[in-house]
Design a protein around this ligand. Structure first.
Ligand SMILES: Cc1ncc(COP(=O)(O)O)c(C=O)c1O
Length: 406
């Protein structure tokens, strides 16, 4: 018998977006021109701001290459503290912990808050839901998340959450994600307030508020954090990946009540030691300069133009998809079920989103992620932080491939 990874570890699925990325990469290696809406990444179309790149290189050249304190470099903690104030949130430095990326922050929160042997160790997520919320609870407790569906506008139903919390005392963590991956939905402040009131009645329940897209909000809407209404029960997650295109730089942070954050700092110190210091110093410098959010809003504006072009293309070319205009993040999530039951030129009947996504890869070189990967079958996710050529030609090709179905 060979090595035996833990039964829980064996249950978790590969990240679907990374899986899709490897399909796109292998097609590219075959020399094909790919229209890739697969992975949620802005690079290379919208690169890391120059200010940040320079500050990171200067930190390397200045030998800032040692360990930082486990909770984070004091310069960065101070800069994150000031930055959170721009969003109306008042955290002290001891209420912030820096981690190697938002996903890692989520992992550390699960490590800290989901005790496998405790009765209260379930996580609730709202579908469509970002992939890791599904996998990490299984890895740590052997239990899948409790998934609640959202409504036709992709918004959680507060009454359903209230009923669940009243009936089920196993719930430890509730994940909220606004602006949302994969739908692009931004939760209205009134809904967040209502959710906060409901969770506030259950003082052992923690909200993990995933706000990695907080600066990417369009149409004069404003990002609001549930932490404004429920500070003592919220762990807020943010980071560099989507605000400044820093997916490969690996820096995220958690902000929350001090006693919990002391535990998080210990978890961080015992697992990652710290986040690489040049990135921390570079980000601190960036945040101190971007106090009017100018650079981050330039990125948002570049994404908004892409959203507009993409939805206009869909409107004129993909008549049978059903969708709503996303108001944040950089994802578009149309309902494609009107194409179910159609036959491809090769004679296959398309009856799942995975079959549709595969048909589009093979026949239009267009890469998308099936909605079932986010627990909402029948939809496709388009990550649109891509070139205008990808949007214009890709949607044209997608429409032509859909028109060939009968
Ligand atoms: C909602 C959400 N949270 C967290 C993450 C994790 O970001 P990273 O993979 O950079 O850690 C992502 C990445 O796509 C995301 O979409």
């Amino acid at each position: 018998m060979g090595l035996m990874p833990s039964a829980w570890a064996q249950q978790i699925k590969p990240s679907p977006t990374l899986e899709i990325k490897s399909i796109a990469d292998s097609l590219r290696l075959e020399g094909k021109q790919i229209y890739d809406f697969g992975i949620g990444e802005m690079n290379p179309e919208l690169p890391v701001p120059h200010l940040l790149k320079t500050a990171i290189s200067e930190a390397v050249m200045g030998d800032a290459t040692h360990y930082s304190p486990e909770a984070g470099d004091p310069e960065l903690l101070d800069a994150v503290h000031a930055d959170l104030r721009l969003f109306g949130l008042n955290y002290s430095l001891s209420e912030i912990v820096v981690c190697p990326g938002p996903k890692d922050a989520f992992f550390k929160i699960c490590l800290g808050m989901l005790n496998p042997s405790s009765h209260r160790n379930r996580l609730v997520a709202f579908a469509p839901t970002y992939e890791s919320y599904e996998n990490l609870p299984i890895l740590l407790t052997g239990k899948p998340p409790i998934v609640l569906q959202t409504d036709a506008h992709f918004l959680p139903d507060p009454n359903e959450l209230a009923d669940l919390l009243n009936q089920d005392d196993t719930i430890a963590l509730i994940v909220l994600n606004s602006p949302n991956n994969p739908t692009g939905t931004v939760y209205p402040p009134s809904l967040l307030r209502e959710l906060a009131e409901i969770v506030g009645k259950h003082e052992q329940v923690c909200v993990l508020s995933d706000e990695v897209y907080r600066t990417v909000v369009y149409d004069n809407l404003e990002h609001m954090s549930i932490a404004s209404y429920l500070p003592h029960q919220t762990l807020l997650v943010g980071g560099m990946s989507k605000e400044v295109s820093g997916t490969g730089l690996r820096l995220g942070f958690i902000a929350g009540p001090e006693a919990t954050m002391r535990v998080m700092a210990n978890v961080e110190g015992n697992t990652s030691s710290c986040v690489n210091l040049p990135t921390q110093r570079g980000y601190a410098h960036f945040l101190r300069k971007d106090t009017d959010l100018r650079v981050r809003h330039q990125i948002r504006d570049a994404l908004r133009v892409r959203r507009d072009v993409l939805t206009e293309r869909f409107n004129s070319l993909v008549g049978e998809a059903v969708w709503k205009r996303p108001s944040g993040a950089f994802y578009f999530f149309p309902d494609m079920r009107n194409y179910y039951g159609r036959r491809t030129p090769g004679g296959h009947v398309l009856d799942t989103d995975a079959a549709l996504a595969l048909y589009l890869i093979e026949n239009a070189n267009v890469v998308t992620v099936p909605g079932s990967k986010f627990q909402r079958p029948g939809y496709l996710r388009f990550a649109y932080a891509v070139s205008f050529e990808t949007i214009n030609v890709g949607i044209q090709r997608l429409a032509e491939a859909l028109n060939q179905l009968c």
